[in-house]
Design a protein around this ligand. Structure first.
Ligand SMILES: NC(=O)C1=CN([C@@H]2O[C@H](COP(=O)(O)OP(=O)(O)OC[C@H]3O[C@@H](n4cnc5c(N)ncnc54)[C@H](O)[C@@H]3O)[C@@H](O)[C@H]2O)C=CC1
Ligand SMILES: O=C(O)/C=C/C=C(\O)C(=O)O
Length: 485
């Protein structure tokens, strides 16, 4: 059986304080084992990253770093089959999905930030005041330092590189802690870093768990200069407490309970196709995914019927079988969590329009963490399945009668990550865009990403924005220089 270790200072270490299994969610069988990095390994990874900050990496210009990142992107593309196999083994997602989304975006993140980071802006102010006449204030940007990158399991390569790429483009060094469920692609990336000539110590990976383990050792490490994290809001709270010690900045993309608002004047086929993707892509394990759908009353029954018909076209199965388009949940633990919401919905009196259970899977697949895509109607807004992030392939659909009511429903709750709006009335779309409290609002679309745009969450869905030039305030330190000539 293959085993996977840490990647520290340019070298792999098959060692740790304990060894743990990574399970293939398709079958429930152990896929391979890896090691939990202890405090000493985290210390060495952080020390390697610190040392690399003043090594050959520090002497590269932004253009030279960009050239290396472009090579990285090309090499990921050349080795895409290996990345694809690793990602599919860890997550169980359909190979077709990973080959169109996860792996190409993993490469594109590097080429995008290779071009973007050198455009990080500064300011220059000639002083007009009598005492400062002739003075000039201008900005110098320097790398922030050693960045801890803590990642989730739902889009492992995509979300890790979304943070590593701007960090490296700005001249930082990183220590990555992938999710314990999906360590393979981050660890494999170490090989590619060496192949393209990224100096040792610039990119490090420590595997292990969160609280009381590798994740906590890393985020509480005194020699970390900033922490970027995507995952659950509760974890964000724990990491923020760790970051408070030493006053380290954080960049967070956290949970969501995203709404889709569908008006009766929408292009119905487009709205069905869009909400279908937004609720069920990646088995509902996308933080931007829709778990609450509000439909204008005249369209409600038709919408429910048509979405349910579409859900019946989802085919769970082997991720390499082109006929299957729906994967399992990440783990049995996560399936138990999602099933607990399926039970709560029933207990609270939901109408189960479709799904609600576990599908019968053939042969070895019967041991996987499969679950039925599920639609509910008829619950009050106070229900657990409407209030809490489930992170599974399920949604509740409710009717609304006015624009104001739709806005109030969409804005209810503690999260503010994303929402989608389906209407042909562009005046209404613009009006509502100003009122819906989210980091990203999609109109007649969903998960249509332009990497130049600010990306992140409002309310309890995050702190700060990444993407384009926005994240560069986190990945660089700004120094104001005042020179009196
Ligand atoms: N993108 C998102 O918004 C995601 C949200 N989730 C939600 O979070 C729930 C739990 O899934 P998890 O994988 O356990 O997410 P999580 O937020 O607990 O874990 C994400 C990462 O943080 C690390 N971590 C956990 N606790 C930590 C701590 N105290 N200090 C430092 N690092 C820590 C984990 O090891 C992992 O690498 C899911 O059921 C889902 O609802 C999960 C994955 C992604
Ligand atoms: O496109 C992106 O950069 C990110 C998409 C999805 C997430 O952040 C998530 O599911 O956590």
């Amino acid at each position: 059986m293959k085993s996977l270790g840490q990647f520290i200072d340019g070298a792999y270490e098959e060692a740790g304080t304990s060894r743990f299994n990574v399970v293939d969610p398709v079958t429930g069988e152990v896929a391979y084992t890896t090691y939990e990095a202890g405090r000493d390994q985290v210390d060495r990874a952080v020390a390697a990253a610190r040392a690399a900050l003043s090594g050959p990496w520090a002497r590269l210009s932004a253009a030279e770093r960009g050239a290396l990142l472009r090579k990285l992107a090309n090499r990921i593309a050349e080795r895409s089959e290996e990345f694809l196999r690793a990602e599919v083994l860890d997550t169980g997602k359909p190979a077709d999905l990973a080959s169109h989304l996860d792996i190409p975006r993993g490469a594109a993140n590097f080429s995008f930030f290779a071009d973007t980071a050198p455009m990080a802006m500064g300011e220059a102010f000639p002083a007009p005041t009598p005492d400062g006449a002739g003075a000039l204030n201008y900005t110098l940007r320097t790398p922030r330092g050693v960045i801890a990158v803590v990642c989730p399991w739902n889009l492992p390569l995509l979300l890790m590189t979304w943070k590593v790429a701007p960090a490296l483009a700005c001249g930082n060094t990183v220590v990555v802690k992938p999710s314990e469920e999906t360590p393979a692609t981050a660890t494999l990336l170490g090989e590619v870093m060496n192949e393209v000539g990224i100096p040792k110590g610039v990119f490090n990976v420590v595997n292990g768990f969160g609280a009381g383990s590798t994740g906590e050792f890393l985020t509480s490490h005194p020699d970390i200069d900033g922490i970027t994290f995507t995952g659950e809001t509760v974890t964000g709270t724990a990491i923020m407490k760790a970051a408070a010690e030493g006053i380290r900045p954080v960049s967070f993309e956290l949970g969501g309970k995203n709404a889709a608002v569908v008006f009766a004047d929408c292009d119905l086929d487009r709205a069905i196709a869009g909400t279908m993707r937004s609720a069920f892509l990646n088995c509902g394990q996308v933080c931007l995914g829709t778990e609450r759908i509000y439909v204008e009353r005249p369209l409600f029954d038709t919408f429910v019927e048509k979405l349910a018909a579409q859900v019946k076209t989802l085919k769970p199965g082997d991720p390499w079988d082109k006929a299957s388009n729906f994967g399992p949940l990440i783990s049995e633990v996560h399936r138990q969590k999602v099933l607990s919401y399926y039970a709560k919905a029933k207990a609270e009196g939901a109408t189960v329009v479709t799904g609600g259970g576990i599908p019968d899977m053939p042969g070895k697949l019967a041991g996987g963490s499969w679950i039925e895509p599920t639609i509910w109607t008829g619950l009050p807004e106070s229900s657990a399945v409407i209030q809490e992030e489930i992170f599974g392939p399920c949604c509740h659909i409710a009717p609304f009668d006015s624009e104001d009511e739709a806005v109030a429903l969409a804005n209810a709750g503690p999260y503010g990550l994303a929402a989608s709006l389906w209407t042909r009335d562009l005046s209404r779309a613009h009006r509502l865009a100003a009122r819906i409290e989210v980091g990203t609002l999609w109109i007649n679309s969903w998960f249509l990403r332009d990497l130049r745009a600010a990306f992140g969450g409002s309310k309890k869905s995050g702190i700060g924005r990444e993407g384009g030039l926005h994240g560069l305030d986190f990945y660089t330190e700004q120094r104001n220089v005042c020179i009196h000539l």
